[in-house]
Design a protein around this ligand. Sequence first.
Ligand code: ATP
Ligand code: SF4
Length: 333
Amino acid sequence: MERLLEIRHLDVVYVVREGDVHAAHDVSFSVTAGRATAIVGESASGKSTIIEAITRTLPPNARVRSGEIRYRGQDLLSLEREAFRRLRWREIAYVPQAAQQSLNPTLTVFEHFRDTVRAHDLPWRDEEIRRRARETLHRVHLPTDPVLAAYPHQLSGGMKQRVLIALALLFKPKLLILDEPTSALDVVTQARIVALLKALRDDNTMTLLLVTHDITIAAELADDVAVIYAGELIEHRPTSALFSEPAHPYTRGLLGSILSIDADARSIRSIPGEAPSLLHPPPGCRFHPRCPKAWERCRVVRPELYELRTGRVRCFLYDPSDPNRSAGEGGGR
Ligand code: ATP
Ligand code: SF4
């Protein structure tokens, strides 16, 4: 299967007065063509930083210190501006977090489609734009003509999110990237957007890469999951394997917090402690201050990614040469 996108040893920092915020550290994973990959993790773990590095939308104080992001073999980070601009939208479409705020209140939905076409110097006349806009709005299950004539404030949050997805689909991209596509929506609307994304995933014309802090959305939508903790990739597995045998102690805690709701006590078990500051991340394994399994080596040495039967995990418990490893525990070697 083709690796559509390969991220290799990506390091991104934000330069602030107090020093560097190490938001993405040595992140490597690939996205397979035709599959849906979810990047999951708590708030502020670095998920958006990875997406913004791929889409070259990082804020001005960000610095990509090292790494490569290869899309069909081309390094997106070193691609010339114009070549990257052509690729963006036509091949790689991106719906950022809270994108609804980017809709211009003074323009109708049709005018948003027209502006998008013009921004890409395509010679389509209004009728051609309208035909294609109708096609994509139909794909996201919106009534076409009333929505094309509407201003953003006349649409509900769910409809606006569908319009944004339709705009992203306009040039039939190969890769669709969505950052928190369901946040800020009510539960019913969330379920409808998830159903829509599932249908897009299943029509086999596109690869999806989505960011979510909600692991239940990843479970529903993704074929593969990349778990991020404190700026590092700590587990990358097919979804079914991750949910049936989570390997990393953090992933186990994360899943425990949703799977072990005690019906009587109504208590949700969560992971004790706080995520570390990314200004001064802890040495060794970044999870060691919260890890119930940590030992001396974890506090000093950074674990590499170890291969499992299905996927990879960054934890010494899976180091075949370490006597402390717990062979056969989650993730099965
Ligand atoms: P969320 O789900 O809340 O968006 P995230 O997992 O996507 O979080 P990022 O937005 O990538 O996380 O942020 C990673 C870290 O970088 C956080 O500690 C955040 O505070 C910090 N950060 C993000 N943008 C900047 C910036 N422009 N300057 C300084 N620090 C930043
Ligand atoms: Fe826990 Fe050590 Fe594994 Fe880190 S490397 S997750 S501290 S056992």
